[in-house]
Design a protein around this ligand. Structure first.
Ligand code: ADP
Length: 481
């Protein structure tokens, strides 16, 4: 295989001494650090080494109540009344300060989440800053965004985010909420709280009026207390479809507005007329980017039968060159799986796929002896009935199916409970338009994959949730008309 034409890179570890991480974090409520009423703290670790990094507070209902009250107070007394132009300035300030501290944020993101430093440095942190820049610009232009509709803020937003893009998801949630004049209580995922807590420090340094953004930590129970708090007007959730369903049930019959961004199982489709080398690169980026910890990961590959052999052979050769290991090394392509639980879940799916009789291919790399790692994996010759095809794995695992006609692939790609994203690779513009209009997916990338921009809306169909984040559309869920 082509491996013999490559050579090993010397390690290029990113320094971590400039990243200031406290030993213990309290709750950020009303502009101050407050001890949790539970008096409990839980450890947060580095999934690449299994070492403890810090410990963070566990908030209970009382703490949630305190945070919601602070947000309500800030909303009524300060934020709602402030001229929109002034609100915009604060948001710009947050964006600039994220840029100034980008190196520290990238290091902490990688230490706490396991993703490669290259990715947190080049994708997560700059995209988070860009979201704040983009929405800062909208703050005083809502009348132009929605002419003659008199847009009004909602009040207090409870925002709950997952562990795959901790800082970026915080930015996706906080920036549009503030730009539309709402105040916020945000909870990062229990596994990855540290960059959100760093963001709290940035918010403090920006002199944002106390209570406009409150950041609290805890587990699912804390999230549930936020959802069920009677004085919350809006819930923004990104996470699993199971929890999304619980949230929807618990707010049924209330006036709370919600946006849910849930799971996915995206189809990435290669036609025989596609530029194959580019497509292979896109497939690799689509599923192995961030260890496959991406709701929109292109986890189901559909290849037109006539080019299947070529694509699979090129894909295997490209996968062999991927560097799996220390996420702090700038050469690393695939870092650590986010947690032990997630690794166990992925390993279970590897077993399910093998038991289902599928041909399994894993690269020949050696995994580090400590930490949570998984080899990039293919399941070749998969079918619609395989569990590895229909269920979300959230790891670096790609199933491969073949097809003959465009009708067949549309049918197969759509035959799934999810509908977050999809990809199509072809030389023909007409095929792209035909397919994109028939795919039941919120985002369809053509001849590229996993491209994000703050101006462009993102969100799902079916069990992938509802509501859009990003772009002009991302303002709407935070407004009433
Ligand atoms: P994942 O599988 O990505 O970890 P989860 O849906 O379990 O997704 O978690 C996403 C976020 O939702 C986390 O911040 C988690 O603490 C929170 N969460 C978990 N259970 C609940 C719940 N019942 N109500 C509200 N939030 C919850």
């Amino acid at each position: 295989m082509e491996k013999e034409f490559t050579w090993d890179y010397a390690p290029a570890p990113e320094a971590k001494d400039h990243a200031k991480i406290k030993k213990q974090y309290d709750l950020f409520i009303n502009g101050e650090w407050v001890k949790p009423s539970t008096k409990k703290y839980f450890n947060t670790i580095n999934p690449a080494t299994e070492e403890k990094i810090s410990e963070v507070a566990e908030a209970n209902e009382k703490d949630v109540d305190l945070a919601v009250k602070a947000a309500r107070n800030a909303y009524e007394k300060t934020w709602k009344k402030m001229p929109a132009k002034e609100r915009g300035k604060y948001i710009f300030r947050i964006a600039r300060m994220i840029q100034e501290r980008s190196r520290e944020l990238a290091v902490i993101e990688t230490l706490n989440g396991g993703k490669s430093i290259r990715e947190s440095r080049d994708f997560d942190v700059p995209t988070a800053a860009n979201h704040f820049f983009y929405y800062a610009g909208w703050a005083d232009k809502l009348e132009y965004a929605f002419p003659n509709r008199n847009p009004k803020s909602l009040g207090v937003a409870a925002q709950i985010i997952p562990w795959n893009f901790p800082l970026l998801m915080a930015a996706w949630k906080i920036a549009p909420a503030l730009a539309t004049g709402n105040t916020v209580v945000l909870k990062p995922a229990e596994a990855t709280p540290l960059t959100a807590l760093k963001l709290a420090e940035i918010i403090q340094d920006c002199d944002l009026p106390p209570g406009v953004v409150n950041i609290i930590t805890g587990f699912g129970k804390t999230g549930a207390a936020m959802v069920n708090h009677p004085d919350v007007n809006k819930i923004a959730f990104t996470g699993s479809t199971d929890v999304g369903k619980i949230i929807q049930k618990s707010i049924a019959g209330t006036n709370k507005k919600a946006t849910l961004e849930l799971g996915g199982k995206a189809a990435n489709i290669i036609f025989e007329d596609a530029p194959i080398n580019q497509a292979v690169e896109g497939i690799v980026n689509g599923i192995f980017f961030n260890q496959g910890h991406v709701c929109c990961a292109g986890s189901r590959l559909f290849v037109q039968e006539s080019v299947a052999e070529e694509v699979i052979q090129k894909l295997k050769a490209r996968m062999e060159t991927l560097i799996v290991g220390d996420p702090m090394d700038k050469n690393t392509d695939i870092g650590a799986i986010n947690s032990k639980e997630q690794l166990l879940k992925i390993n279970e799916y590897l077993k399910i796929g093998a038991d289902e009789g599928l041909e399994m291919f894993q690269t020949s790399c050696t995994l580090p002896s400590k930490g949570f790692f998984c080899k990039p994996t293919l399941f070749i010759g998969a079918a619609q009935s395989n569990r590895v095809v229909t269920e979300e794995i959230f790891g670096p695992v790609l199933t491969i199916q073949t097809f003959r006609t465009i009708e067949e692939v549309i049918e197969k790609a759509n035959n799934i409970p999810y509908g977050l994203s999809a990809g199509v690779w072809t030389d023909k513009g007409s095929k792209i338009f035909n397919l994109t209009s028939k795919m039941r997916a919120g985002v369809v990338w053509a001849n590229t994959y996993n491209k994000f921009d703050p101006t462009s809306p993102f969100g799902g169909y079916k069990e992938s949730g509802f509501g859009r984040e990003g772009g002009l559309h991302g303002l709407m869920p935070y407004l009433s008309f």
